[in-house]
Write a protein that binds this ligand. Structure first.
Ligand SMILES: [Zn+2]
Length: 381
């Protein structure tokens, strides 16, 4: 922790990078934990920035011991960054919800700088707590670097908890690295495969960004081609068939039961659509259910009708949503509307299953020629 109180209850903060003289003074005095009132000691070593720790290890509900060097430094960096222009409290306690955000800006934004993995349930609970108090939850990712695979980035279920959404950037995640004192903004996050995302990436030094951060319009993400997409769609099917219990799962079961073959499904099933980040299941799964349960019989269904069908599949456990606690919008009907735009534009032949692999290849070539630009351009925010 970076704050403590003295015998008269005055708060002392270490976020302002105290010098040796100041540290000497602090060492000579007695300080206490603001939460449990037990004595704390100053720790100022080579690895971690100066911080307080409980004198005796005991269960303090409010301040857990063992904050990493990265978390301490990051929190202190962010504090100084915001303090130059805004009123900000370090490690302030919100008694109504028994939560202590890393930073509380003007009583209306809680900043959580999260370096270690946190169970999703706890992430959700804290986020909900802030919302109850009409405090905006702003989570900044501080964990290990996001891994790159070719032109794409791997975002795990944990990473996805940090996704925010804004109409001009699409889904985005902000990371901060205290070693380089630099933010990385990943925006336009668009899955190309489960856990693999196309993203527009910008590195922004702490010193060149003002609080609250206003980002420039992002450069478009590394675009991918529709033929690449179709290859990955086929690879996903193969992986399900060979490496998982996919065949016994509800998707393959329903595909075969309806006398279809997974590799010969209509080309309109399994397309990339704007807002699809909302849904964790592969597009081929939810778009198949949509076709099977609705569009095959009701060509002109509305987005609300489509959303109702998918909601039923979610309740059954056949389709899963991503857990995106920070995104209050977009919602399911918006994803469906996006899909229906493509559905309406695609020719009748693309809504029919193919009979042979040869026929499918021919149709695919024509489909890519006619719709690639239309589909990919709709993905960019
Ligand atoms: Zn304590």
């Amino acid at each position: 922790m970076l704050i403590a109180i003295d015998q008269s209850g005055e708060v002392i903060s270490l976020a302002q990078q105290p010098d040796e003289q100041m540290l000497g003074k602090i060492r000579a005095s007695i300080y206490f934990c603001p939460a449990c009132r037990e004595p704390v000691i100053l720790k100022a070593g080579a690895v971690k920035i100066p911080h307080f720790a409980h004198k005796q290890s005991h269960a303090c509900k409010s301040f857990s011991e063992g904050e990493s060097a990265r978390h301490l430094k990051g929190k202190s960096d962010l504090y100084r960054w915001i303090r130059s222009t805004h009123e900000v409290k370090l490690e302030a306690y919100l008694p109504e919800i028994a939560q202590r955000p890393d930073l509380l800006v003007e009583e209306k934004t809680a900043i959580e700088y999260q370096c270690s993995a946190l169970p999703a349930a706890l992430f959700l609970k804290r986020t909900e707590g802030y919302r109850q108090q009409h405090v905006f939850p702003f989570w900044i990712y501080g964990g290990p670097p996001i891994k790159k695979q070719g032109p794409f980035y791997g975002f795990s279920l944990f990473h996805r908890l940090f996704f925010h959404y804004s109409p001009s950037f699409g889904f985005w995640l902000l990371a901060y690295c205290p070693d380089q004192e630099c933010f990385t903004l990943y925006s336009q996050l668009t899955p190309v495969y489960p856990s693999l995302y196309a993203a527009a990436v910008q590195n922004i030094p702490l010193c060149s960004l003002a609080y609250p951060p206003a980002f420039d319009a992002a450069s478009p993400f590394q675009p991918f081609s529709l033929s690449d997409w179709f290859l990955r769609r086929e690879r996903w099917l193969q992986q399900q068939i060979y490496f998982t219990k996919g065949l016994s799962g509800p998707f393959f079961h329903t595909v075969y039961q309806s006398k279809n073959h997974p590799s010969l499904l209509p080309l309109c099933i399994g397309l990339p659509v704007r807002f699809m980040t909302l849904i964790k299941s592969h597009p081929i799964e939810w778009q198949f259910y949509l076709w099977h349960d609705l569009l095959a019989y009701q060509e002109n269904a509305t987005a609300e009708e489509a959303a109702a069908v998918i909601k039923k599949r979610i309740e059954k456990g056949d389709v899963q949503l991503n857990q995106l606690p920070l995104c209050l919008s977009p919602e399911l009907p918006e994803v469906m509307e996006e899909y229906l735009v493509i559905w309406r534009a695609a020719g009748a032949v693309n809504k029919e299953p193919c009979r042979t692999v040869c026929e499918q290849m021919e149709r695919k070539t024509a489909f890519i020629r006619n719709f690639e630009e239309f589909i990919i351009s709709r993905l960019i925010f």
